[in-house]
Ligand binder design. Structure first.
Ligand SMILES: Nc1ncnc2c1ncn2[C@@H]1O[C@H](COP(=O)(O)OP(=O)(O)O)[C@@H](O)[C@H]1O
Ligand SMILES: [Mg+2]
Length: 245
């Protein structure tokens, strides 16, 4: 059986700077896989390769049986509807209310929805991120943690099959971090969606992951369940964990 998402034999460089050398990683449908690794090791680039925002120099990125490199723009748009990226520091539209921000992708991508359905979905998504009833507020009136949660409510509004979480808890207080962790877990339970999470926060990683993968030395050096990774003797994994305790 082939994997739902497959990064296969990737090589990539930016100029002289080599990012990947024969990197491979499989993700199964419905699992939450966390990618850990030092700054600048290519975690965000990997997520971008899955939705055709970047391409490897060599190797294949396969989503649900299709090589991303073979897709034209309309087909890529379809992939991006199915695979939502929660960007590092995703920006809200300051001129729109919170409700209008969340409604935006629904209007763009699901034109068949009626106004009442949009309002119901907006309300439901705000509830999911623990911000019930703030539709009429403006982004400028929210705390950083609240803005981030509104950004997440917007990213998941169209109920994607795969969610890419790029450092979703970076810079958040412990309570907001917990809310995001719960959201990652609940999206899996509620929608059965597959999640790829990039994080520096090991407590979060341990809470949400079915499996973890470590990016180091331009490749994936270790993968395993939380228990397996905690018990790993791989020097890169040990160094990473021990530096954070
Ligand atoms: N568009 C780009 N042009 C040139 N270099 C880039 C570009 N995007 C990323 N890089 C470089 O690739 C490396 C990996 O980047 P990134 O995936 O963002 O790292 P991180 O693991 O911190 O998410 C970094 O050294 C970064 O500077
Ligand atoms: Mg990054």
């Amino acid at each position: 059986m082939s994997a739902y998402i497959r990064f296969q034999g990737l090589w990539k460089a930016f100029g002289k700077k080599r990012i990947y050398e024969n990197l491979s990683l499989d993700v199964q449908q419905g699992e939450t896989l966390t990618i850990i690794g030092g700054s600048g090791t290519g975690k965000s680039v990997l997520l971008k390769c899955l939705i055709g925002l970047m391409y490897p120099d060599q190797g294949e990125v396969v989503f649900d049986g299709t090589d991303i490199a073979t897709l034209d723009e309309p087909q890529l748009r379809e992939v991006r509807r199915r695979v939502a990226m929660v960007f590092q520091g995703a920006a809200l539209f300051d001129s729109l209310t919170v409700g209008q921000n969340i409604a935006y992708p629904l209007r763009e991508q699901m034109p068949e929805l009626k106004e009442a359905d949009i309002a119901a979905r907006v309300a439901h998504n705000l509830e999911l991120v623990d911000l019930k009833g703030i539709e009429a507020m403006r982004p400028a009136d929210l705390s950083g943690g609240m803005r981030k949660r509104v950004g997440l409510a917007r990213a998941i509004a169209t109920e994607p099959q795969v969610i890419l979480w790029d450092e979703p808890t970076t810079g958040l207080d412990p309570i907001s971090t917990r809310v995001i962790d719960e959201l990652i877990i609940s999206m899996k339970k509620r929608l059965g969606c597959t999640s790829l999470v990039v994080t520096h926060d090991m407590d979060s990683a341990f809470r949400v992951s079915d499996r973890m993968a470590m990016l180091a030395d331009r490749t994936i050096v270790a993968t395993g369940t939380v228990a397996e990774m905690k018990a790993s003797t791989h020097p890169k994994v040990r160094a990473f964990f021990d530096a954070r305790n």
